[in-house]
Design a protein around this ligand. Structure first.
Ligand code: GDP
Ligand code: MG
Length: 441
C-alpha cells in the first residue's frame, strides 16, 4: 500500500487547493486501505464521500502534496469518527454504580469484566463487587469466582438453581447493604442472537438500571461482529463497546464500522488473554492502523514541523532499498530522533514491542552527547563512515584524538551504531516512520 500511495502522491505535485482531480488517485488508495482493513463497505462509501466533501477546496500546506494533504484530512476524520479518546467509564451516580456486560458467547465478556474490574480498582480505588448471572454453565460462575480472586475484588455467590433476575436482585441488595461503590454484572451469552437471551438481558437491565451497559464484541468475528452489534444496539440500550481479541490478526477497520453503525463509543480494547491486557481505546492508533500507511502518515503528521523531511525520506528510502546503513545515516537519524523526542523513549518502546531486551545504551543522549557523536563521526574518513567495520585500534585512537574524545567514547558510539543497525534491519519494511509511530504511541 505504501508504495502505491507514495507513487500516487509523487505523481501529484501541483500545489494550491485540493480538487476532485488532484486527489483522485489518493482517494482510490484510501478506499483500498479501508477495505483492506475490513471496514464495512457501506461505511467506506459514506466515509469517503464525507471526507471528500470536506476536503475539496482545502488549501494545501506548502510542504505537502495534495495527496498528503488529503491523507491528513482522512486521518483526522477517522479519529473524529471513532470518537474522542474515551478513557473513562461513567461512575458518577449514587452507589452502587452498576455496569452490565453483554454479548454473544465466547466473545470475552467474563474476561473483560475482570479486566475492567481491575482497571477500576486500580484507577479509582473503588470498592467493587462482581456477580455472574450465567446460570447455563456451572463453569461460568466458577470462572468469574476464580477471576475475582486474581483481581482481588469481592465475588457475590450465585448458583445455577437461581434465575438471572433473582441473582441480580440479591446482588444489588447486597451491594447496597455493604456499601459497594461498583457492581459488575456478568451475563450469559448465546452462540447466536436469540429472543430468550435478549429478554433475559432486557429484564436484568430494567431491574438494575445500569449506568453503563457494555457490549462486548469479538473483533475476530469481522463483519459478523458489526451485524451483531447493530442488532444488540437496536434491541437494548448500550452505553459503550469493548472490542476484544485485537491481538489476533483481526483488522482494525471493525472499530470504524462499529462506531459508524452503532454510534456508540468504543471504550476499551482487549489485547490478550491476560487480565492486564486491556487498553483504553485510542482512535489515533486505530486510525494509523486502518490506513496502514505507516510511512505516509507519520511523515506528514509527525515530521512536518520538526524534522527535515527530505532527509528522512531519503533515508527511509535507502533503508527500504536494502541500502547498507552507515554512520552518516546514523548521524542523520539520531539528529532527527532528538528533534522528535529522544531516543531512549523510542528504544524502550521498540524493544518492548519486540519483546527483546537488549541492553542498549542510548541513555542520556542529550545535546552534549549528540555533539560528541557528531565530533567523532566528523573525525572519521568517508571510508570509515561507510564501512565502520574497518575501524580498529589505530583508527580508533586517531578518531578519538581528532575529536577530542576518548577511545571508550568511540567504542560506545560504534556499539550504539551496531545496535541501531540491527534495529534498522528488523524494521526495514517500516523504516523510520515505524520508529516515529512507536514514539507517538
Ligand atoms: P464469554 O463467554 O463472553 O464470557 O467469554 P470469556 O471471557 O470466557 O472468553 C472467551 C475466551 O476468549 C477465553 O479463552 C479468553 O481468554 C479469550 N479472550 C477474551 N478476551 C481476549 C482478548 O482480548 N484477547 C485474546 N487473545 N483472548 C481473549
Ligand atoms: Mg462468560
Amino acid at each position: 500500500l505504501t508504495q502505491r500511495l507514495s507513487h500516487s502522491l509523487r505523481k501529484i505535485i501541483n500545489k494550491g487547493r485540493l480538487t476532485e482531480d488532484n486527489i483522485k488517485d489518493t482517494i482510490r488508495e484510501v478506499r483500498k486501505a479501508l477495505l483492506e482493513a475490513d471496514v464495512t463497505l457501506s461505511v467506506v462509501q459514506t466515509f469517503i464521500d464525507n471526507v471528500k466533501k470536506k476536503a475539496i477546496g482545502y488549501e494545501i500546506n506548502k510542504s505537502l502534496t495534495p495527496g498528503q494533504e488529503f491523507v491528513k484530512i482522512v486521518k483526522n476524520e477517522l479519529i473524529v469518527s471513532m470518537g474522542e479518546k474515551n478513557n473513562s467509564l461513567n461512575l458518577s451516580i449514587a452507589p452502587p454504580a452498576i455496569i452490565l456486560f453483554i454479548g454473544l458467547q465466547g466473545v470475552g465478556k467474563t474476561t473483560s469484566l475482570a479486566k475492567i474490574g481491575q482497571w477500576i480498582k486500580n484507577k479509582y480505588k473503588k470498592k467493587i463487587l462482581i456477580v455472574s448471572t450465567d446460570i447455563y454453565r456451572a463453569a461460568a460462575i466458577k470462572q468469574l469466582q476464580i477471576l475475582s480472586k486474581q483481581i482481588e475484588v469481592d465475588f457475590f455467590e450465585s448458583s445455577t438453581n437461581e434465575i438471572p433476575i433473582e441473582i441480580t436482585k440479591k446482588a444489588i441488595h447486597h451491594a447496597q447493604k455493604k456499601l459497594y461503590d461498583v457492581l459488575l454484572i456478568d451475563t450469559a451469552g448465546r452462540l447466536h442472537i436469540d429472543q430468550k437471551m435478549m429478554d433475559e438481558i432486557s429484564a436484568i437491565q430494567t431491574l438494575s438500571n445500569p449506568i453503563e451497559t457494555l457490549l462486548i464484541v469479538d473483533s475476530m468475528m469481522g463483519q459478523d461482529a458489526v451485524n451483531m452489534a447493530k442488532i444488540f444496539n437496536k434491541k437494548l440500550f448500550i452505553s459503550g463497546i469493548v472490542l476484544t481479541k485485537t491481538d489476533s490478526d483481526s483488522r482494525s477497520g471493525i472499530a470504524l464500522s462499529m462506531r459508524y453503525i452503532t454510534g456508540k463509543p468504543i471504550k476499551f480494547i482487549g489485547t490478550g488473554e491476560k487480565l492486564t491486557s486491556l487498553e483504553i481505546f485510542h482512535p489515533e492508533r486505530i486510525a494509523n492502523r486502518i490506513l496502514g500507511m505507516n510511512d505516509v502518515i507519520s511523515l506528514i503528521e509527525d515530521i512536518e514541523d520538526n524534522v527535515d523531511q527530505s532527509q528522512v525520506q531519503t533515508l527511509t528510502k535507502k533503508i527500504k532499498q536494502g541500502h547498507n546503513f552507515n554512520l552518516n545515516d546514523f548521524l542523520i537519524q539520531i539528529k532527527q530522533m532528538q528533534k522528535i523526542g529522544g531516543l531512549n523513549y523510542f528504544i524502550d518502546k521498540f524493544f518492548k514491542q519486540n519483546s527483546s531486551s537488549q541492553n542498549i545504551s542510548f541513555s542520556n543522549m542529550d545535546k552534549h552527547a549528540l555533539n560528541k557523536v557528531e565530533a567523532i563521526i566528523s573525525s572519521m574518513t568517508p571510508k570509515e563512515r561507510l564501512q565502520p567495520v574497518i575501524i580498529k585500534g589505530s583508527r580508533k585512537r586517531r578518531i578519538a584524538l581528532g575529536s577530542g574524545t576518548k577511545i571508550q567514547d568511540v567504542n560506545k558510539l560504534l556499539k550504539n551504531f551496531d545496535d541501531i543497525k540491527r534495529i534498522m534491519k528488523k524494521i526495514k519494511t517500516g523504516g523510520i516512520s515505524k520508529i516515529i509511530r512507536g514514539i507517538k504511541n
